[in-house]
Design a protein around this ligand. Sequence first.
Ligand SMILES: NC(=O)c1ccc[n+]([C@@H]2O[C@H](COP(=O)([O-])OP(=O)(O)OC[C@H]3O[C@@H](n4cnc5c(N)ncnc54)[C@H](OP(=O)(O)O)[C@@H]3O)[C@@H](O)[C@H]2O)c1
Length: 330
Amino acid sequence: MNRTWSLLPLYLCLLHWGISTLFSRSKPYPPPLPSQSCVLITGCSSGIGKSAALHLVSKGYYVFAGVRSLNDAKMLTREFEEIKDMDEHTSEDGIIFPVMLDVTREDNIDEAYEEVEHLCGEGRNLVALINNAGMQQITPMEYVPLDAMKFAFDVNVFAPVALVQKFLPMLKKSGSARRIINIGSASSFLTPPFYGVYASTKVALETINDALRVELNQFNVSVSLLQPGSTSTEIEGKMLAQAKAIIEDDSQIDYAPRMFRMSHALEWLSGYPPLAHLLFTDVKYTTQAIVDALESERPKTKYIVGWDAEVFKFAVFLPDRIVDWVLGFL
Ligand SMILES: NC(=O)c1ccc[n+]([C@@H]2O[C@H](COP(=O)([O-])OP(=O)(O)OC[C@H]3O[C@@H](n4cnc5c(N)ncnc54)[C@H](OP(=O)(O)O)[C@@H]3O)[C@@H](O)[C@H]2O)c1
C-alpha cells in the first residue's frame, strides 16, 4: 500500500504524458507543398531563425526572412548561395527574401506585409508565420529599469501579437496549410535567478499561444509553441555581455558575486567543446521541430527541445521549496 502511494507522482506524470501525447496530435491539418508556399520568419540574422530560414528555403519554400540590417540581408543571401553550390539536393524552387523587420516597429510590419503580399506571387500562399525574434534580459528584478522590462515585453510578447494580427487575414486565405509557430522557452517552466524578466515574457507568450490555438482551431490554423532549453546560438554571448555589465555596475554590487559565479561557470563550460556540446542543444533540433510544426499533418501543440528543457518541464511537478533549494546552488 505504502509503495503504491509513493509511486503516485510517477503514475500521475505518466498519465499526464499519455493524455497530452494522445490529444496534442489529434487534429489533422493539410500539410503545405513547399513549391506553392511562402513562410515569414522573424529574427533571421542568427541562431534558431537563421537555421530554420536556410533549411526551409533549401526545401523549396519562398522564405521571407526578417533582419534588421543590410549586412545581415546580404549574409543570408550569400549563405544560401553557398548551400546551393555545396548541396545538390537543394531545391531550385526556393528563394530567400530578406525583409527589413524590426518587430517593434509598426511601419516595418506594414512594409513587410506589403512585400510578402507582392512577392509571394501567383500560385503561392503564405502558409506560416514563425515568431522567432526575441531578446534575453539577464538582470536582478530589484534593479531592472522598468523601461528595459517594457522593451523586453515589446519584443517578446507584443510584437508576436502584432504580427499575428497583421498576417492572420493573409494566412486564412491560404488554401492549404495555415500555421503559426511561436518560439517560447523552457524558462517558462522554471525561472533561474536573474531570468525573471525573460521568463515572464515567455510565460506570457505561452499563454497567448494557448489562447490563439483554441481561437484559431475553427479556422483550421494550427498554432504550435517551441520551448527550447539552452540552444547553441548567439544569444549566449549577448547574455554574458549583460552579466558582465551588471558585475561591473557598482549600484548592483550585492548581486555581483552570484552573477559572476553563474556567468563564469557558463563561460567555462562553453569553453570546452565536449561539455558545450552536452550543455547546448544544436539548432538543427529546433529546425527539425519547426519543420514538424510546419509540415506535419498533426503538429504538436508544444515542442520541448533539449534535455534540459525536459528537466525544466519535470520541475513543474516539484514543490517550489525543492526547486528553490536546487537553484540556491547557482
Ligand atoms: N538560444 C537559446 O538558448 C534559446 C532558448 C529558448 C528560447 N530561445 C528563443 O529563440 C528565439 C531565437 O533566439 P536565438 O537563440 O536564435 O538568439 P539569437 O541568435 O540572439 O537570435 C535572436 C534574433 O532575434 C532578432 N531580434 C532581436 N530583437 C529584435 C527586434 N526588435 N526586431 C527584430 N528582430 C529582433 C535578432 O536580430 P539582431 O541580430 O538584429 O539583433 C536575431 O536575429 C528567441 O525568441 C529566444 O528567446 C532561445
